[in-house]
Design a protein around this ligand. Structure first.
Ligand code: ADP
Ligand code: MG
Length: 618
């Protein structure tokens, strides 16, 4: 239009679009599910607002919460329309071009190192996948609070926005028009679109319609003379037969095929979580997970839990452990409060930003909760304070930890992945073996953070802890296994902290312990130092850092004698080092070959902790 205003894409968005438009990526199908997912989000938003204000939906067709797909074969246009919340002019400018999301640069980076374009939706930039198939895109949008606008771009670094005076008024919602590239003509085939919706968008909760053609039989006037005879002569079907005028016969008709168009619904909108778990196949759970998590990798979720809670607070829930940690899981752990659970109240989507449902350390889980107890027509703020949320949260945590324990119980092949090559890891993934080792590599840190943060479930979480030790033989071991291997008379669980297993294996602190056949746990993750400040005991056994004061290796009758005879030396030494440097100098039985070591006081920082703190203050 003539009133078009021009805008430059934000630099990172522009780079992303360049990458997409020049991509040789073969699976271009993904754009459709990204657009349908955006349409569904927009419909969720308007439906949520309508709970407290019915008028917001308007009337007539505007009240139909649906997604409509249309093809124009001649002009090579594919359009996807929704009656969702729509976008104001300002929304169009911000959401589609000028504000880069946190995922934008992360995704650009991934793409430059050979990442998978398939995962675009997880980075929050799915819209731009339209440029896999289109070289020109128009977004027509009408929000209740603004006029109808058109956003358009040829992915050449800029976009334009105009007030829309030429298209049909949308009423409310958004229509995305893709001017398809020649190579993308297949998306003008109805069958292709039907197949894609089945494959990727089956679980969308709003009806998806296609303006689809249908061959129908119609009666049309015939120019042929209707033969009164049963037998047809060759003459009667001849074309140059003269018309019989003025004959008193019924109008002559014949049946021909004609193409008509109508809206055909493509998905069955089944809410999988309302079904009986016994009747849902693994395949369906897997597929549902992929669409829920926008994780379209080939990997299945590691586990799921589908249950109904009864009693004062009734709800249904479906929880998944993803096969991989999201790119920003621990990056954003401390500064955002992101939960990945969707909250529904009686099938109506309420929010996916409800942090009251799960504690932070379980934010890697995906899934949903559908409550019958929560009220529908109150604001999000009021819901957040609803008393039943506490009960829901408690049950969810319990179920989540059970689900994780089941992975360990059912697939206890606990070979550590740490020292394996990438290809070894990949082939293991293929075989779906050692699921718990896989879980531990992806989410072990979350379990440790849980032990730190959730005093109430500390023991349950400690059961899920895995580590390597002087006796684990390259495998991952659990505390239960450690306890089963404890020597008679051993009271404490021994561990040592450091930066790597290799480094720790050479530590003089281990000499005597290994010689006496005690098992010592290696903790090599920086978070382990914090972990051990919270994990004091397990099954009535205390934890003892072998580099700290207080190590007891059973009774040693000679020790007292030795202490006395060397008193002169230890006193002299203490004096020589001065009390600024050491608290005390002691004779001990913790060493074998090494003559002496520096030991940390019981409540002081270990040497490893000192190192961690130094690196953090840099
Ligand atoms: P995401 O969906 O993860 O937020 P996208 O790149 O797919 O990322 O979409 C960017 C934003 O554009 C959305 O967050 C939304 O605000 C807006 N948007 C996209 N499509 C629509 C639509 N059909 N209706 C309303 N808003 C939309
Ligand atoms: Mg999206």
């Amino acid at each position: 239009g003539s009133n078009a205003e021009k805008f430059e894409f934000q630099a990172e968005v522009s780079r992303l679009m360049d990458i997409i438009i020049n991509s040789l990526y073969s699976n271009k199908d993904i754009f459709l599910r990204e657009l349908i997912s955006n349409a569904s989000d927009a419909l969720d938003k308007i439906r949520f607002l309508s709970l407290t204000n019915k008028e917001i939906l308007g009337e007539g067709d505007n009240t139909k919460l649906e997604i409509l797909i249309k093809l124009d074969k001649e002009k090579k246009i594919l359009s996807i329309r929704d009656r969702g919340i729509g976008m104001t002019k300002e929304d169009l400018i911000k959401n589609l071009g000028t504000i880069a999301k946190s995922g934008t640069s992360a995704f650009v980076e991934k793409m430059q190192t050979g990442g998978d374009l398939n995962l675009i939706g997880q980075f929050g930039v799915g819209f731009y996948s339209v440029y896999l198939v289109a070289d020109y895109v128009e977004v027509i949008s009408k929000h209740n609070d603004d006029k109808q606008y058109v956003w358009e771009s040829k992915a050449d670094g800029s976009f334009a926005i105009s007030e829309d005076s030429w298209n049909e008024p949308l009423g409310r919602g958004t229509e995305i028009r893709l001017h398809l590239r020649d190579e993308a003509k297949e998306y003008l085939e109805e069958d292709k679109l039907k197949e894609l919706v089945k494959k990727y968008s089956e679980f969308i909760n709003f009806p998806i319609y296609l303006w689809a053609s249908k061959e129908v039989d119609v009666e049309v006037p015939s120019d042929e003379e209707e033969s009164s005879d049963e037998e047809e002569t060759s003459e009667s079907s001849s074309e140059d037969e003269t018309e019989e005028e003025g004959a008193e016969k019924k109008p002559k008709t014949k049946t021909v095929k004609e193409t008509t168009y109508d809206w055909e619904v493509l998905n069955d909108m089944k809410a999988i979580w309302l079904r009986n778990p016994k009747e849902v196949t693994d395949e369906e759970y897997s597929k549902f997970y992929h669409s829920l998590a926008k994780d379209f990798s080939d990997e299945k979720p590691l586990a799921w839990s589908h249950f109904t809670a009864e009693g004062d607070v009734e709800f249904k829930a479906l929880l998944f452990v993803p096969p991989k940690a999201p790119h920003d899981l621990y990056e954003s752990y401390y500064n955002t409060n992101k939960s990945n659970l969707k909250l529904y109240v009686r099938r109506v989507f309420i929010s996916d930003e409800f942090n009251e449902l799960l504690p932070k350390y379980l934010s890697f889980l995906r899934g949903l909760v559908d409550s019958d107890t929560l009220p529908l027509n109150v604001s999000r703020e009021m819901l957040q304070q609803h008393s039943s949320l506490k009960t829901i949260k408690k049950k969810l945590i319990r179920k989540a930890l059970d689900m994780i324990r089941r992975i360990a119980d059912e697939d206890p092949d606990e070979f550590s992945n740490k020292d394996k090559t990438e290809t070894e890891k990949a082939s293991e993934n293929d075989e779906q073996k050692g699921q718990y080792a896989k879980f531990w590599n992806e989410f072990g840190k979350s379990i440790k953070l849980g032990i730190i943060e959730d005093a109430h479930n500390r023991n349950r979480l400690a059961k899920l802890l895995r580590f390597e030790s002087t006796k684990s033989d390259g495998k991952l071991a659990s505390l239960d296994q450690y306890i089963a291997r404890m020597k008679p008379g051993q009271k404490d669980i021994f561990y040592i902290t450091g930066t790597s297993k290799e480094q720790l294996e050479k530590s003089p602190f281990l000499e005597r312990l290994t010689k006496k056949d005690y098992e010592v746990i290696f903790f090599t993750d920086p978070v382990d130092e914090y972990l051990m400040q919270y994990l004091m005991d397990y099954e009535d056994k205390k934890f003892q850092n072998v580099s700290k004061e207080g190590l007891k290796l059973g009774k040693d009758s000679k020790l007292k004698e030795l202490k006395e005879s060397f008193k002169e030396l230890t006193d002299w030494w203490k004096n020589a080092l001065s009390s600024e440097n050491v608290d005390s100098v002691k004779i001990s039985n913790r060493l074998d070959n090494t003559p002496c070591v520096v030991v940390t006081s019981k409540y002081g920082w270990s040497a490893n902790m000192e190192k961690i703190m130094q690196s953090q203050t840099l």
